[in-house]
Design a protein around this ligand. Structure first.
Ligand SMILES: [Zn+2]
Length: 212
């Protein structure tokens, strides 16, 4: 076994002995009663932005979807292709009846970097097609911030793409329904991994504000 795997196994043993066996009341409850998370969080697969670590959430507290660049695709017919993100959205909203949906974007996102690079460079792989969900973010940033350096453009694109994902959430009928009938919250936030800051997207004025 290599070093990286060995470290994970050691970590599991520690978790099993301490969290699971010594402080196991919460796990017993989760096993016997099932999960009842109140929040669905859509985060990036990036290893540095684990939602449970960033929010100090406990097991059973947040239902998490992680994909490249924390994107929400628009609602498409379920009969075509495979829809991992949409399936998880449906399960969280329809079955678990979560009270909140959070789209969590972040600084230094590799998916956004690929989007902002030459589109032809990754058009053949899965990533290019996936990132086309937020193609409008790229166009907007290139038009509005033509003079900015590449890193600044990426920062703006990361924030713009959260807006698109939030907008796309409303294309799912079951999400619209949950917002209207039971006031489910839809929230966009941006984690600046360089500054340790969290910014919330305000859907009314389309601006971000720093969360203290
Ligand atoms: Zn990312």
């Amino acid at each position: 076994m290599n070093k990286a795997l060995g470290k994970l196994i050691v970590g599991f043993r520690r978790f099993r002995d301490k969290s699971f066996h010594q402080e196991n009341l919460s796990y017993q409850k989760l096993v016997s009663q099932g999960q009842t998370p109140k929040t669905l969080l859509i985060g990036c697969s990036d290893s540095r932005v684990d939602p449970a670590i960033l929010t100090e959430a406990s097991s059973g507290e947040i239902f998490v979807i992680r994909n490249v660049a924390n994107l929400v695709p628009p609602c498409e017919p379920s009969g075509e292709g495979f829809h991992g993100t949409s399936s998880a959205l449906e399960f969280a909203v329809v079955n678990l009846k979560v009270e909140n949906i959070i789209v969590l974007g972040h600084r230094q996102c590799g998916g956004i970097r690929a989007l902002m690079a030459e589109p032809d460079a990754n058009s053949k792989g899965f990533i290019g097609q996936w990132m086309s969900i937020v193609g409008q973010a790229r166009q907007k940033v290139l038009a509005d911030h033509a003079q900015s350096d590449d890193e600044t453009k990426c920062r703006f694109a990361e924030m713009e793409s959260i807006k698109i994902s939030v907008k796309n959430l409303y294309t799912f009928p079951f999400i619209q329904e949950a917002v209207q009938s039971r006031h489910m919250n839809v929230i966009g936030v941006y984690f600046d991994i360089e500054r340790g800051e969290l910014w919330e997207f305000n859907q009314s004025n389309q601006e971000y504000r720093l969360i203290n």
